[in-house]
Design a protein around this ligand. Structure first.
Ligand SMILES: [Zn+2]
Length: 420
């Protein structure tokens, strides 16, 4: 960016601190935590006039009841699945899709301030969602307001998608938008995630469940039955080998430096976990069944059908070796995501980030999954995920979630730099 403009931008962002925190406060005060996610309509209705003021055309799009029933609804959810799509045609040749989610996780316990209000302490704002991901929405609104008043047109046509149920899945508002073909744009900027690095790769997720079958009988004569918990123990110890084999692989995508510091890992890897175990009826009954559950996170280089096949084959071998009766049920979640690091869009995003934050941020992969991966699998857009919260101390999803005011402001600068 030319020097004069950079100066105006920097000053203008400083002047807008109150506006920025005002937007954030309005967003945080609408409790869009999920479950139940009952206030999406309220937050979308609040946002529409703001976007309209900046020259956008807006549409509130509720997920239709039949789609919701079939793909997302459960007993814990309430209210309309209201999403926002805001578009501005600037007559540019290229278009950018800007996305993040409007839902947050529930407050949980241990807060030192009311979670659904913004509280400023020292150089930070506290409140549920300020880091993940309402802070980036507030920064976007501030960036658009600044561009509007300075008469700085976006060099891209803009589509902004702010959607529901990312934190709970499996079928978020963004997935619905993707299936409906609403996510137009040559490139995608995902404002979800943290600001440790610019994420160009994520793992895919496969949730799984193994039902181990036994035979109940009186516990005083266990030889008359089959103890499903003991059989599950055998399965678990055999699964150790699967875990070792899977976790030896690694992606070509590097992981962030903090992760390298903690784990010694240089690249993202697949993950295999047993995370739940359920079984048994009573102390004196030999358990008739036991269920193991877990997740298998797979790198972009792995194919989900191979992942399932590998798992099925391993279980088949365990079944044969030990004569255990079991059944596998697996349920794919978000797919993996990968954008080549030398893509022009990635380079542009990285340059804009580095200029705004005054430090070079690395291109990284993360081992978690994002719903935007589902979207770009359909749209084929090159995508970068870069959020506003600090990976180290933002405490997203925890008590006292917070964001540095400096990071919010630098995020505004990043957006303006990228778009103008
Ligand atoms: Zn998020």
């Amino acid at each position: 960016m030319e020097e004069r403009k950079a100066e105006i931008l920097a000053k203008s962002v400083e002047r807008r601190e109150n506006e920025l925190i005002g937007y954030l406060n309005e967003l945080v005060r609408i409790p869009t935590f999920v479950p139940p996610g009952k206030n999406y309509a309220r937050i979308v209705d609040m946002l529409i006039p703001v976007f309209v003021d900046f020259g956008f055309q807006c549409e509130r799009i509720d997920m239709p009841e039949d789609v919701y029933e079939a793909k997302q609804k459960n007993d814990d959810l309430r209210g309309a699945r209201a999403n926002l799509i805001a578009t501005k045609d600037t007559g540019a040749d290229e278009s950018v899709l800007i996305y993040t989610h409007l839902d947050v996780v529930p407050a949980g316990e241990g807060w030192n301030s009311p979670p659904f209000e913004t509280v400023i302490k020292k150089d930070r704002v506290y409140g549920r969602g300020v880091a993940d991901s309402k802070g980036s929405v507030a920064s976007l609104l501030t960036a658009l307001s600044l561009m509007y008043e300075q008469n700085w047109d976006s060099k891209y046509n803009l589509t902004v998608a702010l959607t529901t149920d990312e934190e709970i899945g499996p079928y978020s508002g963004l997935c619905y938008f993707a299936d409906e073909g609403l996510l137009r744009g040559d490139y995608c900027l995902c404002m979800d995630g943290d600001n440790e690095g610019i994420a160009i790769a994520t793992n895919g997720v496969l949730n799984w469940e193994i039902r181990v079958q036994g035979k109940s009988c009186h516990s005083s004569i266990p030889f008359m039955g089959v103890n499903a918990i003991e059989a599950a123990e055998v399965v678990m110890s055999e699964l150790e080998d699967v875990k070792k084999k899977v976790e030896l692989r690694e992606s070509k995508a590097p992981c962030g430096s903090y992760m390298t510091d903690i784990s010694g890992q240089e690249h993202i890897k697949p993950v295999f976990n047993v995370t739940m175990i359920n079984g048994g009826v009573k102390e004196n009954i030999i358990p008739p069944s036991c269920t193991l559950r877990g997740d298998r996170r797979y790198i972009p280089e792995e194919d989900v059908s191979d992942v399932i096949k590998e798992f099925e084959d391993a279980l088949e071998a365990i079944k044969r070796k030990h004569g255990i009766e079991l059944e596998l049920h697996s349920k794919p979640g978000y797919p993996p995501m990968f954008t080549e690091p030398d893509t022009e869009w990635v380079i542009e995003v990285q340059e804009a980030v580095s200029e705004a934050f005054g430090v070079a941020k690395a291109l990284i992969g993360v081992q978690g999954g994002l719903d935007v991966a589902y979207a770009v699998q359909k749209t084929n857009q090159p995508v970068c995920a870069f959020g506003v919260g600090s990976f180290l101390d933002g405490n997203a999803h925890g008590a006292d979630e917070n964001v540095r005011i400096r990071d919010l402001k630098d995020y505004v600068k990043f957006l303006v730099g990228l778009l103008t």
